[in-house]
Design a protein around this ligand. Structure first.
Ligand SMILES: CC(C)(COP(=O)(O)OP(=O)(O)OC[C@H]1O[C@@H](n2cnc3c(N)ncnc32)[C@H](O)[C@@H]1OP(=O)(O)O)[C@@H](O)C(=O)NCCC(=O)NCCS
Length: 393
């Protein structure tokens, strides 16, 4: 049946919403009711569907936000909710869906797109590559016996939310790859799926210095695990007070779990290594607009130089060709032209851009071809803390 509707766009009408809800429920092992409410929420944001022979066969949810690199915000669209109707799988639907989604995001002006891949070949085919990590930090509660109570700690009130969001932003801006969250990701902090989050903050003489949101999970018998959906400490005193507060749960909670980078500086406050750090995911990034991505991010202060490179991009011809990137005073300026002494495709560029892999590491696996001088210069431009993300979307 031909409907005359475009192959890709927002769901249109009750039938398409129901089809999208069914795809989401079947793809992510949700109940039909949960699939329905997920789609209802997503519709209000940005839900997109793929139509084939008049029926909805696939879904995707672009999530507008930003991502910090060297202290500056780059526009980024996260992508969640990629699902294909079980009977339509294996015939290229997800590939077509991703091409449409990326085209639209580029047209809307997003410089980057990021996702957590359930399978890499699908996303590599449209230009994504590994570009950062998400670690789980699991701390034994008995190791959190600080008894540090000099700062005042209290439950978060609704009126604290602007201050909390501002505190998060200040903290995230100093972390490589952290999100400038939008409403979708904030909702996952405050209202994690099928769980209840409680917020607590600490105040010093100059106001709020840190906060956390925790979920209590019942484990064996009456024992618990504490999972944090957010954890920010802007001062060492706030870090100690919040860790001490988590330790106050140790009569029943055996472990406290949160996510983030491989080496969370808060772990340095613990007397012993009563923790384990585990890689959960390498997230993937797609550079949608090369000049916008390079000019809106920051660079290490004190670094300067002019780098020539050439890019290949199968999906977006606008990104192909030669660039000259001039960096000074923590900012980058891009123009077209120059030589091709450094050469890579858009996927290798994603790993380089975030600092996930050094130019030398990329060259060692054949993802980048360059002379030693270009490699040395690119290393200074794109070096920084390992890019990480605490948030899932
Ligand atoms: C993963 C999924 C989206 C793929 O949809 P699809 O329309 O079958 O994908 P395509 O036909 O476009 O395949 C593109 C590539 O993805 C990979 N791929 C496809 N299905 C896959 C699967 N089930 N498992 C692992 N990799 C898969 C293959 O490399 C494939 O290329 P190939 O056909 O040349 O081997 C679909 O199986 C699905 O909805 N799964 C459940 C939900 C899910 O995992 N979503 C992804 C969340 S990030």
């Amino acid at each position: 049946m031909e409907t005359g509707k475009p192959e890709f766009g927002p769901p249109d009408g009750a039938d398409e919403l129901a089809a999208a809800a069914d795809i989401i429920a079947q793809s992510f092992a949700m109940t039909p009711a949960d699939g329905g409410s997920w789609v209802e929420k997503a519709r209000a944001t940005n839900l997109r569907v793929l139509r084939e022979q008049g029926s909805v066969t696939a879904t995707a949810l672009p999530i507008p936000m930003g991502q910090f690199f060297c202290g500056r915000r780059v526009t980024m669209a996260g992508i969640g909710g990629v699902g294909v109707a079980p009977s339509a799988r294996g015939q290229g639907a997800a590939t077509r869906l991703m091409r449409h989604t990326l085209q639209e995001l580029r047209t809307q002006g997003f410089a980057l797109s990021v996702l957590y891949p359930a399978t890499q070949p699908l996303y590599r085919r449209v230009g994504f590559e590994q570009a950062g990590s998400r670690y789980e930090i699991r701390v034994q509660a008995h190791g959190l016996d600080f008894s540090e109570r000099s700062l005042q700690l209290r439950p978060v009130k609704d009126s604290d939310l602007p201050v909390i969001q501002e505190l998060y932003r200040r903290s995230a801006a100093s972390r490589q790859g952290y999100l400038d969250r939008g409403p979708y990701v904030w909702d996952r902090v405050f209202n994690p799926r099928n769980e209840t989050a409680y917020g607590f903050l600490v105040e010093g003489a100059n106001g709020v210095e840190g906060y956390l949101y925790l979920v209590r999970r019942r484990k064996v018998d009456i024992l618990q695990e504490i999972a944090l959906t957010d954890f920010v400490a802007l001062t060492p005193a706030a870090g100690r007070r919040l860790l001490s507060f988590l330790g106050d749960h140790r009569s029943l909670a055996r472990e406290v779990v949160w996510t983030g980078s491989q080496m969370d500086p808060l772990l340095l406050l613990l007397p012993e290594q009563t923790y384990q750090v585990k890689l959960l995911f390498h997230w993937m990034l797609r550079v949608l607009d090369v000049p916008a991505a390079l000019e809106s991010r920051g660079y290490p202060p004190g670094v300067s130089g002019t780098l020539h490179f050439e890019l290949e991009d199968e999906l977006f011809p606008e990104n192909r060709g030669n660039y000259i990137l001039e960096v000074s005073g923590g900012a980058g300026h891009v123009r077209r032209g120059g030589n091709s002494l450094m050469h890579m495709d858009i996927r290798a560029f994603a790993s380089l851009y975030t600092g996930f892999l050094s130019p030398d590491a990329l060259r060692s696996v054949g993802a980048l071809v360059a002379d030693d001088a270009s490699v040395r210069l690119a290393t200074t431009f794109f070096s920084g803390p390992a890019p990480a993300l605490p948030d899932m979307f």
